[in-house]
Design a protein around this ligand. Structure first.
Ligand SMILES: Cc1cc2nc3c(=O)[nH]c(=O)nc-3n(C[C@H](O)[C@H](O)[C@H](O)COP(=O)(O)OP(=O)(O)OC[C@H]3O[C@@H](n4cnc5c(N)ncnc54)[C@H](O)[C@@H]3O)c2cc1C
Length: 376
């Protein structure tokens, strides 16, 4: 067992860290303040091959693999969490199209995603179906050589800026059957609804999508008929490792601000870093984030080797998102009043990280996944 990164992985880490620290971090506060979509950051990511990390070069990707991808995502999240979530969903959608798509689907969409011509979006959640993904009510009805999609999807990341959205819809009422469909931007009957106003990740595009008899050809189906839920859940397995990485990146950035502050801030005649209460907060947070990182590496390595990793991805997601939330709270505490105001980034980190225990399956759902896999 060797805990060092290979030379190649170190290069990915250094490149993405430089990009995040030099280009993304300086703008992150303003992106948050103005709820501005970080289009320029997405362009830079595509130039460096960071939007197609999970499919091969023949489709425009960089095929860096899950471990490299999670390292890059973590570093990007440390600079700008809103950028990281756009990057994450675009990579996730690209991978799903590569894995389940036909040659025609791959050639049509993958170069667009990797080339930054538009983001990828993944539309599963609905107003009436979140954790209960099988309970969706959007339908896809056959109409000659096409499907007509009708329904609404909520909270869709990249919903307004995607060049392609994977949409899960019911193709049959009973027995329930769900399909996955590739819906391009501008498809007739696809309406981008309101942009959500959020606690954090304010620069990310989170939109409602409405389908009014949205017509897509039969060739838009991803995978086989009835495979939609399976495709969605397996796609989310990989996505969950990514959420864990985002949480670690955000929390590390917060902890780094807090440790610097603790060294510089004097009270009672000395640096607050000299107080055991502060030292313990820093030590606990750093230890938990390292443990989270090891869980991420394990899950990503299993995925890279083509071995089952559903349980390990859920463990990484719960642990990293919950430890990351604790670390961000502690960072605010260490900065005292300065932690609560916008002069320092830790209040933004706290707002940005909260959703990591919610999206792509809440912590409660991750616990269900883990316990089911252990008790079945
Ligand atoms: C910023 C943001 C971006 C998002 N991006 C996307 C996206 O790109 N695509 C997409 O499809 N969705 C997206 N989502 C939706 C997200 O995945 C859902 O919000 C999440 O899965 C939870 O669903 P829900 O909000 O309907 O909550 P609910 O499912 O209604 O859950 C409410 C509460 O009940 C708990 N609960 C539910 N069922 C159980 C159970 N069986 N046992 C114990 N507790 C339970 C939950 O854990 C939660 O605490 C996004 C959400 C946000 C906030």
């Amino acid at each position: 067992m060797d805990f060092r990164l290979t030379e190649e992985l170190q290069q990915v880490e250094e490149m993405s860290r430089n990009l995040a620290r030099k280009k993304f971090a300086p703008e992150a506060g303003e992106i948050d303040e103005r709820s501005r979509y970080p289009g320029e950051n997405m362009r830079l990511l595509s130039e460096l091959g960071l939007l197609g990390m999970l499919f091969p070069a023949e489709y425009g990707g960089s095929e860096a693999g899950p471990v490299a991808y999670n390292i890059a995502l973590r570093e990007v999240a440390g600079g700008c969490a809103s950028t990281a979530v756009g990057m994450a969903v675009t990579n996730m959608v690209g991978e799903a199209i590569f894995r389940h798509g036909t040659e025609e689907q791959r050639r049509r969409y993958l170069p667009l995603l990797a080339g930054g011509k538009g983001a990828g979006a993944f539309a599963l959640t609905e107003p009436g179906a979140g954790s209960d993904a099988g309970g969706i009510s959007t339908v896809a009805l056959e109409d000659g050589d096409a499907f007509l999609l009708s329904g609404a999807k909520s909270f869709i990341t990249n919903g307004g800026c995607a060049c392609v959205t994977i949409v899960m819809a019911r193709t049959r009422k009973s027995p329930r059957r769900i399909g996955a469909f590739l819906v391009p931007a501008g498809a007739p009957g696809l309406l981008v609804g309101k942009q959500e106003r959020k606690l954090g990740l304010k620069g990310s595009d989170t939109a409602e999508l409405v389908f009014e008899e949205c017509r897509v050809p039969k060739s838009a189906m991803l995978g086989e008929a009835g495979d939609g839920l399976k495709i969605a859940l397996s796609t989310l397995d990989g996505g969950r490792i990514g959420i864990a990485s985002q949480a670690i990146g955000i929390a590390r950035a917060s902890l780094s601000t807090a440790t610097g502050y603790a060294r510089d801030r004097n009270q009672f005649g000395g640096a607050i870093a000299g107080f055991q209460a502060i030292q313990w907060m820093i030590a606990d947070a750093a230890t938990e984030l390292d443990a989270a990182q090891l869980l991420v590496y394990r899950a990503a390595s299993l995925k890279a080797k083509g071995r089952p990793y559903t349980r390990e991805a859920s463990m990484a997601k719960i642990f990293a998102s919950e430890a990351g939330n604790r670390a961000c709270l502690q960072a605010v505490q260490i900065l005292g009043g300065y932690g609560y105001i916008r002069e320092y980034p830790v209040e933004r980190h706290l707002r940005d990280i909260k959703v990591s225990t919610i999206y792509e399956g809440t912590s409660e759902i991750q616990r269900l996944v883990i316990s089911r896999s252990l008790t079945r």
